[in-house]
Design a protein around this ligand. Structure first.
Ligand code: NAD
Ligand code: MG
Length: 392
């Protein structure tokens, strides 16, 4: 029996992970479930999966959850606060940690899992974007097993040989990230000024949390994924191409020097990468609908449009600059997306804020966690200032 902690269990990835685990309850036992403040959902999950621990960051919410579980006769122990996230990630009884918290809040607990040598299933791309250098170094030093959950990176991982020193040694010359293009793929610049949070969150192919949905609509998600790919596979940004593929059937590709291009395909459902990473190097079944290419009939591909969607270009620039630049961009974007979701700024202001913050702040080396956290804080502060200024 593998003991698993799910960080971000109440979110989209967290719920898909529990669905996969439920179908394989002979192999996986839930050790801890952790979330921000969703009492009702976590209560339901605790009743169904009876974890040893349940964590809510919000203290008042944790008290409510503890009360509800006590009344229901549950033996799950409730912990509160940020430190408890790391505690349930690094507990010696835990074998596997699903890192599915949204945003920078995922960094410290995911690092805690890495530093105790766990098998870490990484959905929280922001932690790798912010602190990729020190994160990957910790994976090596502490012999953690890091498996990508992001469908693109999971696809690339599946298209690479099992054992290799580096991508060039494996005969790879390029990786190609596919992007759906999001709900606004065909929108003009004028139409983009008018779009609402509801429209941005209605992704054509994937059902996801709000933040990543907005990132998909702005192409920032692909930008974050470009940076994520550079760290995961130890490659430079120029090795990563992006192609728009609206059907989301090819999840990404690896281009080899002999002209072979390997692609991983499947119906778009996060249960596939989750099951792949959980069972790796074996395979296990999911409920995902088998792929029927004759039904799909057509797969389309286009180059990305960096004029209408400048976030991808910004991310490439941040990846090339290195150091704390990606952490700065990520933090500015988190603040800008939250402001867009709250109705404070327009969709087209997101890249403007990101670009302004990225150009105004000085980039530092990112090998120390302290530097990363300072850069994150400064970028959030500047983004807030810009949002509060008239005209934005
Ligand atoms: P979501 O918004 O649906 O869920 C986020 C989860 O994180 C919730 O359980 C929430 O309680 C928790 N959380 C949020 N803020 C927190 C905080 N400050 N402290 C502790 N917990 C907090 O998000 P999601 O769509 O499941 O995405 C989660 C992560 O996975 C993101 O990093 C996203 O980029 C990545 N990801 C998601 C998908 C997808 O299909 N949803 C695909 C690839 C990668
Ligand atoms: Mg992805």
């Amino acid at each position: 029996m593998q003991q698993i902690t799910i960080l971000g269990s109440t979110g989209s990835i967290g719920c898909s992970t529990l669905a996969v685990i439920k179908a394989h309850s002979d192999k996986y036992q839930v050790f801890a479930l952790a979330a921000n403040q969703q009492v009702e959902k976590l209560f339901q999950q605790c009743m169904q999966f009876a974890p040893k621990y349940a964590v809510l960051v919000n203290e008042a919410a944790a008290d409510q959850l503890a009360e509800r579980l006590r009344s229901a006769g549950s033996s799950t122990e409730v912990l509160a606060g940020k430190a408890a996230l790391a505690a349930v990630a690094e507990d010696p009884q835990v074998d596997v940690v699903m890192a599915a918290i949204m945003g920078a809040a995922g960094l410290l607990p995911t690092l805690a899992a890495v530093k105790t040598g766990k098998k870490v299933l990484l959905a929280n791309k922001e932690s790798l974007v912010m602190a990729g250098e020190l994160f990957m170094n910790a994976v090596k030093v502490h012999k953690a097993t890091l498996l990508p959950i992001d469908s693109e990176h999971n696809a690339i991982f599946q298209c690479l040989p099992h054992c290799f020193q580096s991508l060039p040694d494996a005969g790879v010359r390029r990786v190609v990230l596919t992007a759906s293009g999001g709900p606004f793929r065909k929108f003009s610049q004028a139409q983009l000024t008018e779009v609402t949070p509801e429209q941005a969150c209605a992704h054509p192919n994937w059902s996801m949390g709000q933040k990543i949905s907005v990132d998909s609509a702005s192409m920032m998600n692909k930008g974050l994924e470009l940076i994520e790919a550079c760290h995961l596979f130890a490659i430079k940004p120029e090795w990563v191409d992006v192609v728009i593929h609206p059907q989301s059937i090819i999840h990404s590709m690896v281009d080899y020097i002999d002209g072979s291009v390997l692609a991983q395909m499947g119906n778009p459902d996060m249960c596939t990468p989750i099951a792949h990473a959980l069972a790796w190097p074996a395979r296990m079944s999911t409920e995902v609908k088998p792929l029927n290419l004759a039904d799909i009939a057509q797969l389309d591909f286009y180059p990305p449009d960096e004029q209408r969607f400048p976030c991808l270009k910004l991310a490439r620039e941040a990846a090339e600059a290195g150091g704390t630049a990606p952490a700065i961009l990520n933090a500015a974007n988190e603040v800008a997306v939250a402001a867009f979701l709250a109705g404070t700024i327009r969709f087209i202001d997101i890249p403007l804020i990101n670009e302004t913050v990225l150009t105004r702040l000085e980039v530092q080396p990112s090998f120390e966690l302290e530097n990363v956290l300072v850069a994150d804080g400064k970028a959030r502060e500047l983004a807030m200032t810009l949002i509060n200024q008239v005209g934005l």
